[in-house]
Structures are given as C-alpha cells and as structure tokens.
Design a protein around this ligand. Sequence first.
Ligand code: AMP
Length: 398
Amino acid sequence: MTFRTLDDASDLAGQIALVRVDFNVPMEGGKVTDDTRLRAALPTIQRLRDAGAKVALLAHFDRPRGKVVPEMSLRPVVQPLSDLLGAPVRFAEDCVGEAAKAAVAELDAGGVILLENVRFHAGEEKNDPAFAQQLAEVGDLYVNDAFSAAHRAHASTEGLARLLPAYAGESMRRELEALDAALGNPVKPVIGIVGGAKVSTKLDLLKNLVGKLDRLAIGGGMANTFLFAQGIDIGGSLAERDMADTAREILAEAEARGCEILLPIDVVVATEVKPGAETRTVLAREEIGDEEKILDAGPLTVEKLVKGMALSRTLIWNGPLGVFEVPPFDAATVKAAQAAAQLATTGALIAVAGGGDTVAALNHAGVADDMTFVSTAGGAFLEWMEGKPLPGVEALRT
Ligand code: AMP
C-alpha cells in the first residue's frame, strides 16, 4: 500500500498544515461527552508541532447542510482539546476567507488553531472546486487524519488533497496499515465474522469477502436468512425471507471461490427479547415454535468458530453474533470475542474488527484493547470491507 505519510514531508518548520480531523464528537448541552476522537488526533498534532509547523484543524460537526447553525459550532471542542494537548488552542469563526487566513498567519511555530465547522459551507459536501481552492489558500500543506470521513468525496477530504501537498496523518496511517494487514495483504488463512441484523445492508460486503477469505462465519439476524434459504425452520425470527435467493447465490459463490461458510449449527431461541428471558438451545435443524425467535448462536457454533479462528492467522470481524445488547443473548458474541482476543494477545492471530455495533460489542465483552486493531470508523470501515475505493484515501496515494 503506497500513500504519502508525514515521513515524506520535509522541512515543516513555519509551514501551515491544514489537518483534516474527525471531531464529530458526542456532545450534550454544549459539552463534549466522549473525547476518544480528540485523543485520536493528538499524535498527528503533536508531531507537526514538534516539527515547528503551524497547525490549522479542519473538521465537520453534525449536519448543518451548508448553513451557519450556531448549535453546530465546533467552539465547544476548543477547551477539551487544549486540556488534552496541554497547550492553548485558538479558534477561527470561519474555515476560509480573510479572517481565517489572518488568524492562521498569527500563529507561532507549533501553534494550534481550530477552524469553524467546514460544513457551514455548501461547497464542502458538494466537493466544489472553488470552495476547495478557498480552503487551499489557508494552508501550505494538507494532512488527512480522518479515516472515518474518507468514504466521502468532500472538499476537505478529497478536493483539497488534490490542491496541496497531501499526507496521511498518524491515525490515518495506523488505520490503513491495519486494514491492509486484515484484507489487503493478509497473512493467510483468513477468517471473517460477519454478523448483525440484516443481509440487505451487508450484501456488497458479503460478496467481496467470499472472494477473499478462506472461511466466513455468518451470525446474527442475517444468519437466519441463510438458514431459511436452506429450508431450515426459523419460526418467528428476524429474517429477510425475500432475500433467500440472494443468500443462496452468496453460498454458491463462496463454494465456487473456495470460501468455507460457517452458519449456526445450534441456536438460542426465546419468545421475548428481554433481559434474563427464558431460553432454549436447539440444533439449527430442529423445529421451533412459530412464536419463537432465534436470538443468539449456540455453544456448538461458538466452538466451531473458535476452532476456525485457531486454524487462521488473520481475523476480520464486523457485526455481533446475536442480540448482544440484551443478556443472555450476548453469550456467543462475548465468547467468540474473548477467544479472538486471547489468540491476538499471544500473537497467534491478527485480529481486526470494526464498524458500528462491533466496537460496542467488543467493549461489552471487555476485550477491545486486546484486539490487534479496532476501527471506530463506521461507514468508511464498511465501505472498505466492501472493497470500494475510499476517495479520501485514493487522494493520498503516491
Ligand atoms: P448491524 O448494525 O447490522 O451490525 O446489526 C447489529 C444489530 O443486530 C444489533 O443491534 C443486534 O441486536 C442485532 N441482532 C443480532 N442478532 C440478531 C438476531 N438473531 N435477531 C435480531 N437482531 C439481531
């Protein structure tokens, strides 16, 4: 994988670095409630400061749709960022124009300024070349550290990278390296776990994976659709019964491409999705009641999956194996996550996970820190798993 990083940037002293970060943080009543994304930007900011650059941070917040919406200002981010950095952070009321240019010019070497929400301008999401040009006039070079926004071709993620010398920041670099190790150039054999609610939202992802993996475990609600497609009784389970043909096509494609599919061989059923509900564990081929729902994979399935992981060198995981938010339907997800984490800790398995609920599921299992890499990027991670080029990453290629 070849993309420009800060290692390729020479003589940064006195240069103005426009750094695209993801500061779309959870906020309540004007206060940042989770600073994970601010922390993620620190290595890049610090590296640029150490090199004597002037750092101008560019970010979006929420969806103002091209208008100035005061409640969607990035100003509340200034203080928590400054506290984390241990240095003052200035703020500019606009990300382009004379005021922005003047504020940035006033910075000392190593100084940091946060520019106002880039989505206050309609040109941002349209990737308008004139707006990208206005952004380019604020800085000397461009650093993209926002992998989670890289699936969008916006002015601050794509257009701008074409106008200034452009580099991947430290978080972006870590993310790209992990993703490459999981799916681009992985150590084989590779096993995938795809779970979650629906087949329809992960169709492209499944199609891409069966062509690349040695084994693929399918779990969660989407496994019900596959079981149904094989003529198995799924009672009142969540499933997309109209996607049975598609499910069969994916199974046929997997067989043709030599990808072994692991579907649940036993399942946990209940009539109600509530904490501590009464459950039955049955073999997948057994009949279940019309009012019963499959809500988790059973222990035999987990055992088979763990064996599959032990036979593999690389794991790529998206989506829970059951309704993990409601115990006891978290059991299969938690056991599989713990097994993956244990293999990753000993170095036997490169375990990369990400996308939406997966991070929550791994945190729930208490193993997020033991995995090789956990991506917190939702949409960008999924599009990458689908094999789609990400515009923000493509623009950084050498
Ligand atoms: P996704 O966003 O597609 O990854 O789906 C995650 C959601 O799938 C979680 O909220 C789980 O509760 C849900 N889920 C997983 N397994 C099942 C199942 N067997 N039946 C219904 N929902 C499920």
